[in-house]
Design a protein around this ligand. Structure first.
Ligand code: 9D3
Length: 258
């Protein structure tokens, strides 16, 4: 085993839609991580800290324009309450399209913390003074427009949870996952051997494990080069990799697919 931790990773999500976050925790790796007490996720709803009868959390933007803004109160109180449920010094992370891109290195960094708060925004955004006073870090999950931060919170929680020691089965260790190595995955096949005239690559049935490893590496390199120039720019090729990439390109040239 890679290591253990003495306490669950404790995450508190500040959200107006707690069920959106909670529902995700019931399934698969995440569900097991919660059951095994590797991970604990709580939610704090700013509405519960509103002081008016309508439980108002938003207001119109100064300067005009469409939509509403999450007001400083009760949001700031909700963030303080969320922090109070976590280990001391747990950082507050605001999920927004304006944040720094969330990448695997961030998942690794956050998964190693005792805990953190995820602030999921709604409406047009959050009053800037909350960000200044209460937020340590701002993260985006990619360049597309979401309706709020809850799905992004689920993405961050999922990416962190699978890194917790014991969350994955042994044969499926997070360490060997190809993203951790900066390469895309290779293609996978299972039975049947032939489907609609499409055959499983012969090498995968050869039992020659060295050849299989070379085929997979070749595929991972070739796909990364073709599909992800951003990742490819960081790949350092040794002599074998360079040859495997040439093999991939030669195979493609001879018209295998697409
Ligand atoms: C269309 C509305 N916008 C332009 C004026 C701004 C806007 C406000 C609120 C855009 C997105 C959102 C809600 N998005 C998130 O809360 C969010 C998000 C995202 O939209 N993309 C990538 N990562 C994230 S993390 C949180």
């Amino acid at each position: 085993m890679v290591g253990t931790r003495s306490a669950p990773l404790a995450i508190e999500v500040v959200t107006l839609f707690d069920e959106l976050v909670r529902s995700n925790l019931r399934f698969g790796v995440l569900g097991r991580a919660v059951d095994q007490r590797l991970l604990s996720v709580g939610t704090t709803d700013p509405r519960d800290w509103a002081t008016d009868v309508h439980r108002t959390v938003d207001d119109r933007p100064y300067g005009g324009g469409p939509g509403m803004v999450l007001a400083v109160e009760p949001l700031a109180t909700a963030i303080r309450q969320a922090k109070a449920k976590l280990p001391v010094d747990s950082p507050v992370i605001y999920l927004s399209a304006q944040g720094k891109p969330f990448v695997q290195a961030d998942a690794e960094r956050l998964a190693a913390l005792p805990g953190f708060v995820l602030l999921a925004g709604r409406y047009e955004g959050v009053d800037e003074r909350v960000l200044e006073a209460c937020v340590d870090e701002e993260l985006s999950i990619g360049d597309y427009v979401l309706s709020g931060g809850e799905l992004a919170a689920c993405v961050v929680i999922d990416a962190c949870a699978r890194l917790l020691p014991g969350a994955l089965s042994n044969e499926h260790s997070a360490q060997e996952e190809s993203f951790a190595q900066g390469l895309l995955d290779w293609p996978h096949y299972t039975r049947p051997d032939e489907w609609q005239g499409r055959r499983v690559p012969e090498v995968l049935k050869s039992g020659n494990h060295a050849q299989i490893a070379r085929f997979r590496r070749s595929q991972a390199l070739g796909r990364t080069a073709e599909r992800r120039p951003d990742l490819w720019a960081r790949v350092v090729l040794n002599d074998l990799d360079a040859r495997l990439l040439e093999e991939y390109r030669a195979d493609r040239q001879s018209g295998d697919k697409k």
